[in-house]
Ligand binder design. Structure first.
Ligand code: PGA
Length: 253
């Protein structure tokens, strides 16, 4: 298996139905000629099916859910199960995003349960992790990231590795306009790959795609994606502008 190049757009809690329709349509039309990159959109739950309808003819286009329940089914008011997501044609689930960890107190135990639900229901997972600004200032960013990886990925079923994608998202760079420099991103991605080699195997680690996320935009994507261990991006703000998002998709050298 070869490492995939991936550009994923996380719309977070943005767009109305009509805005989502227009944005997905514009992204689909503008990105038709961009090949060799897996394109993923993570719209809000209520728009998943509509966005799927728009992009489904494109072979390299996928949709994902920004979250999924840690529970299988039943009396969990307000939750959305991995089985429901799969049944409407979802391909991916995001797990471990820092906003879920921070605002919804998601623990590693919950993240493991969510990953299990996703995998059991045939969804691929983008597992997000990354240090806080204070970790970087204390020079404990490698330790923090290693802990986040070990606590969750040690339980990841090895035979399902083709369904796993990683996303390094330093919290200080998310939505702040402050991006990790290419050198900082490469240093951390290389470190992550080393840790993945010890959790899984060197060969597996080489095949896993590791995305960068955190104020990645149309201006800085090319230099980030040129780094040896950066296999694409998880894009927040810039994925809400079709033109910028498609520029990012075509930023691989
Ligand atoms: P941002 O968000 O690109 O707006 O910084 C990235 C993310 O949270 O995935």
């Amino acid at each position: 298996m070869k490492r995939k190049k991936i550009v994923a757009g996380n719309w977070k809690m943005n767009t109305s139905w009509l805005e989502a329709f227009d944005l997905a349509t514009a992204i689909k039309n503008k990105s038709e000629k961009i090949k060799g990159v897996e394109k993923i959109i993570f719209p809000p739950f209520p728009f998943l099916q509509m966005v799927k309808e728009i992009v489904k003819e494109e072979g390299d286009f996928y949709i994902g859910a920004q979250n999924c329940s840690e529970f299988q089914k039943g009396a969990y008011t307000g939750e959305v199960s991995a089985a429901m997501l799969r049944s409407l044609g979802c391909d991916y689930a995001l797990v471990g995003h820092s906003e879920r960890r921070q605002f919804f107190n998601e623990s590693s135990t919950q993240l493991i349960a969510k990953i299990n639900q996703a995998i059991e229901n045939n969804l691929s997972v983008i597992f997000c992790f990354g240090e806080q600004l204070s970790d970087r200032k204390n020079n404990s960013h490698f330790e923090t990231v290693n802990k986040q990886l070990l606590e969750v990925l040690s339980y990841f079923p090895k035979d399902q590795l083709p369904k796993l994608v990683l996303a390094y998202e330093p919290v200080w760079a998310i939505g702040t306009g402050e991006t990790a420099s290419p050198a900082q991103a490469q240093e951390m991605h290389a470190y992550v790959r080393e840790q993945l080699a010890s959790i899984f195997s060197k060969e597996d680690a080489n095949e896993l795609s590791i995305l960068y996320g955190g104020s990645c935009n149309a201006q800085n994507a090319a230099e980030l994606f040129a780094c040896a261990d950066v296999d694409g991006g998880l894009i927040g703000g810039a994925s809400l502008k079709a033109e910028d998002f498609c520029t990012i998709m075509s930023s691989f050298s």
